[in-house]
Design a protein around this ligand. Structure first.
Ligand code: ADP
Ligand code: MG
Length: 340
């Protein structure tokens, strides 16, 4: 018999999707994209939920609660941005064990409040429970998008240009540094941390941003991506999602993928293959999107967007390395079910 382990996270989601029926005329798109879509009349409404669990998604030994609150909002905002939408409201549900006191919860909400300011969104509700162990944060975000501006994972067309925002791989290596410092601190609490030259990558792990700035930039030049997804599980996994949903293939050029020097240097320090860190690292919360060649001409003016490949009719997904070698892109994205 098929087990949960066999299915994995994406298999399980597909199974739930296949057993779900849509009844409401106002439900435009249900399970299977970065956010669900519903009809609000003039615009589409968007809704997405993300849950963070202590010990699985965060470690409070090195993640300050204020940062955690901010990050929990930012990762939700990222899913609204991935639909080309603008976030408007959040609800915040928390499960709290007895080890947390009032100042701790205040800190968490300071971070949530800071994110609400940064993204111009309102906290409008939630739920509060006690938990047996550890902290649980589940946030739902509501957003809006004009009907002619929505971007699904499914719209990529042959010869479209594949682009990415910001740079990749940094958050994963920031996590490696934090984990190393934790191990060394546990062995020798008097040791000074060695993190002075790692500010960028640690910041990318502890305080990621949802790229709503890009959504505004695209509106200014009046361009809508043909497809879009946010990079939460790693570039490889997200390319495969665009490929499966669009029924297209992708050719990516590793040389074109933006990677910060600090990311490359740190991957060398840890003896990690930088290609693996960039393709499978996760938690970058950048946007991956495709544009028609015509629109791409206008996108060139946005410096935060970098072309990294193109769309093909054949469904093969290929990474072309600097040597010219071609490798198949396979999913090794973080499987939270197997991880836990
Ligand atoms: P993302 O990485 O963008 O947050 P996920 O991989 O978590 O997306 O989810 C993909 C899709 O599956 C989304 O449409 C999400 O709403 C849906 N989904 C995830 N878990 C469940 C679940 N337990 N029940 C119903 N839908 C789910
Ligand atoms: Mg997403």
């Amino acid at each position: 018999m098929e087990t949960l382990q066999d299915l994995g996270e994406f298999g399980l989601i597909n199974r739930i999707k296949n057993n779900t029926q849509i009844k409401q005329a106002s439900t435009v798109y249900g399970i299977g994209d970065d956010a669900a879509v519903f009809d609000m009349g003039r615009n589409y409404g968007l809704i997405s939920t993300d849950m963070l669990l202590e010990g699985i998604h965060f470690d409070l030994t090195y993640c300050p609660l204020r940062h955690l609150g901010y990050k929990a909002v930012a990762v939700n905002v990222s899913d609204i941005a991935a639909m080309n939408g603008i976030p408007k409201q959040i609800t915040v549900s928390i499960g709290v064990s007895s080890k947390f006191d009032l100042p701790a919860i205040d800190e968490l909400y300071e971070g949530i409040k800071a994110a609400c300011e940064a993204y111009n969104i309102d906290l409008i509700g939630g739920d509060t429970c006690s938990s047996r162990q550890g902290l649980i944060i589940s946030i739902s975000v509501l957003g809006e998008v004009e009907k002619d501006k929505i971007a699904y994972r499914s719209g990529a067309k042959p010869n479209d240009i594949l682009c990415v925002t910001g740079d990749l791989g940094a958050a994963y290596l920031g996590l490696q540094i934090l984990e190393r410092e934790k191990r060394e601190f546990l062995e020798n609490p008097n040791m000074q941390p060695k993190i002075e030259d790692k500010n960028y990558i640690i910041g990318r792990q502890l305080k990621p941003e949802g790229r709503t700035d890009i959504i505004h930039d695209l509106r200014e030049i009046n361009v809508v991506p043909t497809s879009m997804i946010d990079i939460s599980d790693g570039l490889a996994s997200e390319v495969l999602h665009l490929s499966a949903n669009s029924g297209m293939g992708f050719n990516l050029f590793f040389d074109n993928i933006p990677v910060e020097n600090q990311t490359l240097e740190t991957s060398a320090e840890f003896n990690l293959n930088p290609i693996n860190c960039v393709m499978n690292g996760g938690e970058d919360y950048e946007l991956l999107m495709t544009f028609s060649q015509q629109d791409f001409e206008k996108v060139k003016g946005i410096t935060e967007i970098t072309p990294i490949g193109f769309v093909t009719q054949e469904k093969n997904n290929i990474l072309v390395l600097n040597s010219g070698e071609r490798t198949n892109i396979t999913a090794q994205g973080w499987n939270h079910i197997n991880k836990s």
